[in-house]
Ligand binder design. Structure first.
Ligand code: TYM
Length: 348
């Protein structure tokens, strides 16, 4: 084969973006799969932009007052977990209109077929797909716009967002090809650590989720020490002691989940945890896990509660973050209008 002429891929400076929906209280899954890792990225010194995605939340019904409170509570959770609003940009999505503007353009890039293959849409719509909002269908396209409004290169998320990020890559590639530009980076999902998929405490085959009807299935970031402890002690397990290898946990999803949670909270690998607890009964392991969870989560809950006493301050932080986000996103989205062929002749 003749030497192909390689078009060098432009390099984009590393920039992290990620978001969390304020569609309910945050769970241990959100903390271990997302928040805790967002803090690690901030500490690595990379530019980090984090967002409460309120526009995504309204793709399913949200009570307006609860939505506002949950957005503030989510922001408080970010800060309580260690996000420093001076070093990271922290804001709520609806305050930066670049997202929905680019989202519309991406609705015209993404294909119906791509969207219909999204498993989260299929799960959420279920048998009711005729009756869900159009926004729920277009959800991943707005998510791509969130990321690409900043030309973010890396997106830390839990495992359940992998398919959405693949779609974000497809949108970036199609946009670049259609308009013959090297404008958008093809983002890298960052799905790493022991807890990329924290499972329900009642059913080890189901993801821990804020929308599960059973409160016993999850640990909420607002749970007090006693509640956390009780939920872990009552978590579903099997009668066997912990084995001495992870392989032996293959068909024991509940046990595997608790080992993963322990590892993520302790900052160890699951291998280390299984080495330390080989042969232990759950009567020993669960109280150890409960103590660890309380030690790690209680300070965050207390700090969240403290921050929520001053809601005006949270709103101020979100507003200041939105100003900084806008300063990055506006010129990028303005360039997109030019690329697409829109006249921009207003005097601003
Ligand atoms: P959301 O709000 O469902 O969840 C926020 C983050 O928490 C992770 N997560 C979990 N990780 C491990 N185990 C679990 N049980 C668990 N539950 C949730 C999610 O993977 C996610 O990282 N579509 C996104 C929000 C979004 C977004 C974005 C993310 C909108 N725009 C742009 C990244 C970039 C969502 O619904 O996340």
């Amino acid at each position: 084969m003749a030497d192909a002429v390689q078009t060098p891929q432009p390099t984009f400076p590393p920039r992290i973006f990620s978001g969390i929906q304020p569609s309910g209280g945050l769970t241990l899954g959100n903390y271990l799969g997302a928040l805790k890792r967002f803090v690690e990225k901030q500490e690595e010194g990379i530019e980090t932009i984090y967002c409460m995605v309120d526009m995504h939340a309204i793709t399913v019904w949200q009570d307006p007052e609860k939505l506002r409170q949950q957005t503030r509570e989510g922001a408080a959770a970010f800060i309580a977990a260690g996000i420093d609003p001076a070093r990271s940009i922290l804001f709520n999505q609806s305050q930066v209109t670049a997202h929905v503007e680019l989202g519309w353009i991406f609705n015209c890039i993404a294909r119906m077929g791509w969207m219909s293959r999204m498993t989260q849409f299929k799960d959420k719509a279920g048998k009711n797909s005729e009756n869900v909002s159009l926004g729920l269908f277009a959800y991943p396209s707005l998510m791509a716009a969130d990321i690409l409004s900043y030309k973010a290169t890396h997106v830390p998320v839990g495992d359940d967002q992998k398919q959405h990020l693949e779609l974000c890559r497809d949108i970036a590639i199609k946009f670049n090809n259609d308009y013959k530009v090297d404008f958008f980076p093809v983002v890298e999902p960052v799905i790493e650590g022991a807890a990329t998929r924290v499972m329900s405490l009642r059913d080890g085959t189901k993801k821990m989720s804020k929308s599960d009807p059973s409160d016993q299935s999850r640990i909420n970031l607002t749970d007090d020490a006693d509640t956390i402890s009780k939920k872990i002690r009552k978590a579903k397990t099997d009668p066997e002691p912990l084995p001495d290898s992870l392989d032996a946990l293959k068909d024991r999803p509940e046990a595997r989940n608790l080992v993963n949670i322990y590892a993520a909270l302790a900052g160890h690998t699951p291998e280390q945890v299984i080495r330390d607890y080989a042969g232990a009964q759950f009567g020993t392991f669960k109280p150890a896990l409960a103590d660890l969870a309380v030690a790690k989560l209680e300070p965050i809950t207390l700090e969240m509660n403290r921050l929520m006493q001053d809601q005006a301050e949270i709103d101020r932080i979100l507003g200041a973050g939105a100003d900084r986000a806008e300063a990055i996103a506006r010129p990028i989205v303005d360039q997109v209008y030019d690329i697409v062929g829109m006249i921009r002749s207003r005097r601003r």
